[in-house]
Design a protein around this ligand. Sequence first.
Ligand code: 9UX
Length: 70
Amino acid sequence: AGVSTDLVVRGMTCAACVNRVEKRLALIDGVTAAVNLATGRARVHHPADVPPADLLAAVERAGYEAELVP
Ligand code: 9UX
């Protein structure tokens, strides 16, 4: 069963940024993500054994800053 994690993503300024973040997250097995440019947030669905730190690292590798929504 999957879980959901919401992230704050900083540094996105266009629709291509959104696609970059979504695609980078989706490289992780079992992960899908919906990024909202207007709110600067990403809702990520992922297996329970994928830690949120891995999601943050993926966004950062795409070139953006990320943190967990408290
Ligand atoms: Mo277009 Mo979004 O260069 O950084 S991908 S602004």
